[in-house]
Design a protein around this ligand. Sequence first.
Ligand SMILES: [Zn+2]
Length: 457
Amino acid sequence: MWISAWARHLQGPFLALTACCLAATTVGAAPVAADPPDLSRDVVQRLLQSDPTARLDAAGRLFFADRHTARLVGPEAPARAVAPLNETFSLHSRPRSKRVLYLDFDGERVCNTGWNRGDGGILGGLLTPTLPCGDYEGFKGATSHRLPSADLKAIQEVWARVSEDFAPFDIDVTTQRPKHSAIERAGSGDDRFGVHAVVTASTRARNATCGGPGCAGVAYVGVFPDAHANDQRILWAFSEEIGNNPRRLADVLSHEAGHTLGLLHDGGGGDGEYYGGHGIWGPIMGSGDRHLTQWSRGEYAGASQRQDDLAVIAKHGVQRIRDDHADGRRGASRLKRGQTAHGVITSSTDTDAFTLRTTCRSRVVLRARNAALGPNLDIRMTIRRPGARRAQVIDPLSSASGKAGGLDATWRGKARPGTWLVTLAGTGARDPGSTGYSRYGSLGQFTLKASGRCVRR
Ligand SMILES: [Zn+2]
C-alpha cells in the first residue's frame, strides 16, 4: 500500500522540497567534526523509491518507520536478570564512554522534537509525524521505576542484549537517564553526545510517529553525530507490537540505533526491504528474527546493499574500543586458576591471547564462553600446550537452525607442566552467502576460565 502511495507522489513537488531541506540540514551544514556522512539527494530519492519504510518528516528529514515482519514468537525462556533488580535503572555497559545510547523504559515527556513538528501535511505521499506534546508511558505502561520483578528482569535482558550488539564500540548503553548535555551535541567542540531510545506501550505515540499498527520502531537516519539534529535524537521502540518479547525488543532497539548511526536496511534475498536471515543468522539491519544477529556488510546472496555497518557506525562518531588483550604471547594476559578473564573481540582480525602455567600433569579444562544473552560472537579457541608441536584449534560448528549452539569453545585434557598459550578470536560458519556467516560480525564479549588442580593460581 505504501509503495503505491509513494509512486503516486514521487513525481510531485514534494521531492523538490525534500532535496532543499535535506541539503539545508545535513549536506550543507556548517563544518562540524564527524559531520554526518552525506545523505545526498540521489541517495534519499533512491531510498524513497525503493524502500517503503523510508519517510520524511515535516522538515523533509529522513527517517525509517519500521514494520515488524516476523511471525509472532512463541513462548521463550523467562527473562533473565543480569544484576540485582534494584539496579535495573542504573545499568551501564561502558560508564566512562563519551557516547551514549540511553534505553528509556519508564515513560517520557516528548515535546519540541522532530516527531512533534508535523502540521498534518504530507511529504513523499505520507502524513508527516504529528505527535502532540505530552507524556508517553513506557514499557508495559510504566510511568515510574516501580514495576513487577518480571518486567525488571525483561528490561535487564533487553539492556544486556543491546549492550552485546554494541560491545566492540566505545559507547555506553545505559538504563540510567543521562544529563541532557550527554545526549545533545552543542557543536563540533562538544565530544559528549548520543541518542535516547524511548520504549513505549503507547499506541498514540505509535500512530502519530509511524502511522498505525504493525510498526516496531522509528528513528531518524544518520543524526548521531549531527550537532544540528538535537531535536531528532529520540528514537522509538513500540514494545506491545512485538509482544514485549525481550529478544525482539533488543533487536528493534539495536536496529533503530543503527539507523541513527547512518545504517540503511539489509534487504534483498527475496525478502523485500528486510532480509529475514538464514539458519540461525540474520543481519541487525534486516528483520532481526534470528538467534544470532550481527552487523553485516551484505555478504548473503541477493543482498540489497553492501553497506559496511562497522565502518559506517565509526564514521558516525562511535569508534571501535581499543583492544583489551594482546594479540600474541608477547604481552599476553595471565590466566590463573579460579579467575575468570573477560574481554571483547573487537574486529575480525582481533585475537586475544592468554598464558597460563601448569605445575604438574593432571586434567585441565579451558572454557571460553560468549555473552549469556544474545551473543554476537562465535568463538574460535587456539591452544598451544607445553611441549606440543602444534597448536590445537577448538571451533565447534554452530547449529544450522533454531537456537544458536556451538558458539562457545571448551577443551579438556592433560598436558605436561609448563606455560600454555590460549588465543581467542571470532569465527564464521558454513557459507555466508546462504547457510552461515563470516567472521565480519562475529564480535563480542567473552569469558575464559581455566580449571584443574595443576593450574597455577
Ligand atoms: Zn529499519
